[in-house]
Design a protein. Sequence first.
Length: 376
Amino acid sequence: MGFIAFLKTQFIVHLLIGFVFVVSGLIINFIQLCTLVLWPINKQFYRRVNCRLAYSLWSQLVMLLEWWSGTECTLFSDEATVNTFGKEHVIIILNHNFEIDFLCGWTMTERFGVLGSSKVLAKRELLYVPLIGWTWYFLEIVFCKRKWEEDRDTVIEGLKRLADYPEYMWFLLYCEGTRFTETKHRISMEVAESKGLPKLKYHLLPRTKGFTTAVQCLRGTVSAVYDVTLNFRGNKNPSLLGILYGKKYEADMCVRRFPLEDIPQDEKEAAKWLHKLYQEKDALQEMYNQEGIFPGQQFKPPRRPWTLLNFLFWATVLLSPLFTFGFGVFASGSPLLILAFLGLVGAASFGVRRLIGVTEIEKGSSYGNQEFKKKE
């Protein structure tokens, strides 16, 4: 094991990375709060500023994937589709099977220059998560309770507000509503059978309301829907902790572009289109499992240096005073100060671990288990 590989496994290094991310995130959130005064003066300028502030935070996670772990991301698509990346507003449909599927998506948005302006339809609980939810609030992310009767007006209003967004945005939808687990899959297929819908082997039944509403509200703004099917070579199931330990993975992403005018305007027909899309995604996963490759031409967009430079900037700004302060505490010889400092380190460690826990599948929401609870 080389020295760099050894460093990647050390808890103190992970803690320092977490410190930089958390403290820089709180600083960024404070600056975002201050930018609210810009909204009534120049809404579009406010949006552009917040896109770059969000980039400064999210790119630190992308840096971990690209530069720290060295994970490779390969696109399987066609040249005409790849040439549109970063040059139009789009809706992204991504399968929700892995802890770091969002991070692979962010890597692609970064490489095509739309990381700061990327959007998502997110569960409302995330709004109260420091850094993640707070940053999303200033980015006008659409939050929902995942109860359509309560969400309908909020979601429609949030989507329509994005119609004049000044930066090209990729709006991510996890149409399955929650991460794939065997229990949720079994329940989902029971629902499919009761509704006379074809069963899926590798996906949950897609929830159509969010998709059909997004298509209706963003029609005229969004040019296309990108369907993205993600898998990892070697049947790996990566985690954010694995990335933090420097484990390298190889992600393959099959991307298909569907012009928005090809998607039916009628809600029921659009829902049927989405169900058919997921049957095709299932077939793509089956092909990948059998052949180890997706169809299409392979592209490896080069990683850019900005994520690494951004992290090094924050590390320089924040770690220098931390080291100076820590040295002063231990040099003082005061047991009280030393214990207080160690307590602060322990609290920081706990906070970082809690943030990582947000991405873990086993700690995901129980959304999708309602029918199971009823049966119990």
